[in-house]
Design a protein around this ligand. Sequence first.
Ligand code: SF4
Length: 300
Amino acid sequence: MDFQAFMGIEIIIDTGAGSCSGVSRAIQFAEDILDKEKELTCLGDLIHNEAEIVRLKDKGLNSIGHCQIVEQSEKKLLFCAHGEPPSTYRIANAFEVKIIDATCPIVKRLQKRVAKESARMQKVNGQLLLYGDLNHAEMIGLKAYSNYKTYILRDPADLETINTAKPTVFISQTTKFQSDYSQLIAAFKKKRKADQTEQFPLKIVNSVCKKMAKRDIQLKLFLKNIDLLLFVSDPKSSNGNGLFKIAKSKLPNSFFITSPTDLKKIWFKSGQKVGISGAATTPIWLLQETAIHLKKMLLE
Ligand code: SF4
């Protein structure tokens, strides 16, 4: 019997979900090598998604931390999409590591931009404000390309300690939402007005990745058409955590799962429209597998 007719449940996969091009490209780099060589070492997590990591591990991918780079001397080492600081390249080159650089081209360009803007700010006694997550690989990398006053802001509350009486450049982590970045800038402008420092030059770099920029809006639209959301992500994905927070506030009937086996039959009721979505690091195959698992579970 068709489960949909049986349970009267409709399953819809969010067409805006799935890995971003930078992460997909890095996975492709890894798979091309694994197909030929059956083993490859990656620096850190290639992707913040446990299920995808397990799949790639089965194909021969293993990962090491930065302190183990020296052990890769004369061997291949894959750098992930979020990029690495200059020091990582220096160490790897010093030990003749064969770097497979899967840094997303957009992140590469942004690293150069950070270096350029920081040099410019140094000349005018200004500052560089980076919006993002302190411990995110991309932010650690970006900050390292600046050699002048650079501060990481996680949200408007962090503006409290920022001096507005300086030329300022704003740059955002690529995986942030445009709406949150705009909110932070609006708060900074408000502070400038209150501090009477609006005469100091202010430059906003639109560095939020296009794939991410409207992802929150897309998800909100998707939520309007469903009764229950299965959000597939990994707790380590900052983009996933941000999107799930939005989903939960708009649709309390939202569940965060890391794998299809997390599904519980008691969540579902006949006649529901069930949506499946995920983070920028959630591969499409995992969303599809969740749909298949759900169908099977409803038939049991
Ligand atoms: S979010 Fe955009 S910039 Fe960041 S890795 Fe993915 S494609 Fe590249």
